[in-house]
Design a protein around this ligand. Structure first.
Ligand code: MSP
Length: 510
């Protein structure tokens, strides 16, 4: 049976338009999905939109639309951006879809049937002018922490999930599965949160209506996080599973999320699943947050980075590369135009682009563009080959860890080793001596073979560039699979190699 790999992004709220933070998660998932595909896995890559809840309802009212009209409009902005960023998702789920709503109702009902959902009263402090509930500890001298006005104790009927019942089981799961929550620091944070004690969770609301009604009690809508988290199984066809995707792909291999929504994914979601008797996802990985030119991104600061504009200006592959190269996945990072331009000029134009153009122009000059054979092997060649084999292994290990920046660093070491190999073997000197013709041929072969491997390794990150390099190397239909193609020596002597297209023009700065 094929190995499977199921990877998800969070589903994005439709009250905001997509920005660089959303693009980040989605690109990262796309890269890993493409990598796993290249490694021979059957991949299901899910993204989508989170369309219910009070926030969306309010945003719609403010814009004079129905919530569904708003969702239809913003959902298209997300889909449009994913197309532009070359995102190859398997499915796109919207929480307003019938298939999703069915699955959520079912999940609610089976947990309820088990006795783990009960009707109770939600009792907290309410600030009427702000229409906000506050807990006792959030109040400032008994007043609303936002506006400072007095609050009233208010009761609202609510369904509760017996989260407290699953505290020990969850802790045990986290302890037995050290990789469940990553990175490590996040795991510790969640463990101490659970140890402080889990309270039962209010999972319905009666103060607004844009959501999925509670089965048999439509005064209530299901809490937006119960609704949203379920997307990870409803998209696979839960509970009917007519296509067999749930059976094939669940439990998810990894939910990739931002650090702000870790608690929902590592406390709420797993306890819902435990209650329903559904296996838990294998891993939840929380990445960090981007600031922009040193500042928090916010509408009021007018510094929200619009990914469409970036792609138009710099091209899709440089943006994908930058996002994953610049910051270790898991840590916070800063987006700046200067850093982006620097990466494009030094890593892409200089290292990667130059290697291909230097090599192919030499091949055309010395061999009329036809790949010679590697007739002999010198020490430098052996070292280069073994460097390439090590890189393939290192990249695999880093991808397992979602250490995208380390994978790219390893690939770039190989690229630089290629440039250095040219300087050390001095093909221009060999070309002057007819007796060195076999040696020159070997050098050219090794350089091009090195770039075939490089193209395969960078293709998940930069799909267009990977394919451009492979087509330069003579492939009419570039095949970016790594499985079966990641060993040395597969380029066939006699192949016609094109002159390199300009991959990345340098960006001039003042
Ligand atoms: N709808 C919920 C997720 C439900 S998943 C079952 C949600 N949506 S969101 O649109 O607000 O955020 C989606 C993702 O974008 C989160 O993972 C969040 O961390 C990420 N980011 C939002 N701003 C970000 C940055 N400035 N930097 C990096 N990621 C950021 O939460």
């Amino acid at each position: 049976m094929d190995k499977t790999f199921y990877i998800t992004t969070p589903i994005y709220y439709v009250n905001d338009v997509p920005h660089i933070g959303h693009a980040y998660t989605t690109v990262a998932c796309d890269v890993l999905a493409r990598y796993k595909k290249a490694r021979g896995c059957k991949v299901f890559f899910l993204t989508g939109t989170d369309e219910h809840g009070q926030k969306v309802e309010k945003a719609a009212i403010a814009q004079g639309e129905t919530p569904l009209e708003l969702a239809d409009r913003v959902m298209q902005r997300f889909q449009g951006l994913w197309e532009k960023l070359n995102i190859d998702n398997t499915d796109f789920i919207r929480t307003s879809q019938e298939r999703h709503k069915n699955g959520v109702r079912h999940l609610f009902e089976i947990i309820q049937a088990k006795g783990d959902i009960y009707l109770g009263e939600y009792e907290d402090w309410y600030c009427t002018p702000c229409e906000t509930f506050w807990t006792e500890t959030q109040l400032m001298d008994g007043n609303c922490p936002d506006c400072g006005r007095p609050t009233d104790k208010l009761k609202e009927e609510s369904y509760f999930f017996r989260m407290s019942k699953y505290q020990d089981a969850l802790l045990e799961h986290i302890e037995k599965n050290p990789d469940f929550i990553q990175p490590r620091t996040r795991r510790n944070e969640i463990i101490s949160f659970i140890r402080e004690g889990l309270r039962d969770l209010s999972i319905s609301r009666t103060t607004f209506s844009w959501g999925i009604p509670v089965p048999d009690n439509d005064k209530h809508v299901i809490y937006v996080w119960f609704d949203a988290l379920s997307n990870y199984i409803t998209a696979l066809g839960y509970p009917d599973d007519t296509d067999g995707n749930f059976e094939r792909f669940w439990p998810a291999d990894v939910h990739v999320i931002g650090k702000d929504i870790l608690r929902f994914h590592t406390v709420y979601w797993p306890t819902f699943l435990l209650a329903a008797g559904i296996p838990l996802p294998k891993k939840v990985f929380a990445h960090g947050w981007w600031t922009v030119e040193g500042q928090k991104m916010s509408k009021s600061l007018r510094n929200v980075v619009e990914p469409n504009m970036l792609v138009d200006k710099y091209g899709v592959d440089p943006i994908r590369y930058f996002l994953l190269r610049e910051v270790p996945f898991g840590l916070d990072g800063d987006f700046s135009h200067a850093a982006l331009v620097h990466r494009i000029n030094s890593d892409l134009a200089n290292d990667l682009g130059n290697l291909l153009s230097r090599t192919t122009s030499m091949l055309h000059k010395y061999f009329g563009g036809i790949l010679p054979e590697a007739a002999e092997e010198a020490d430098l060649d052996t070292a280069l080959k073994s460097r390439a084999a090590t890189t393939v292994k290192e990249v695999d290990r880093h991808m397992e860890d979602l250490a995208f920046n380390k994978a790219l660093m390893a690939i770039w070491e190989l690229i630089r080793a290629g440039n250095k190999y040219i300087d050390e073997t001095t093909p221009w000197a060999l070309a002057k001596d007819e007796n060195q013709r076999p040696r020159l041929g070997s050098v050219m072969y090794n350089l091009l073979e090195l770039q075939r491997l490089t193209a395969l390794l960078i293709a998940p990150f930069m799909p267009e560039t990977g394919e451009k390099i492979l087509s330069t190397l003579g492939q009419d239909k570039p095949d970016t699979r790594l499985e079966g193609q990641d060993s040395w020596g597969l380029l066939v002597p006699g192949t016609a190699i094109a002159k390199a297209p300009p991959l990345f023009p340098r960006i001039e700065t003042e």
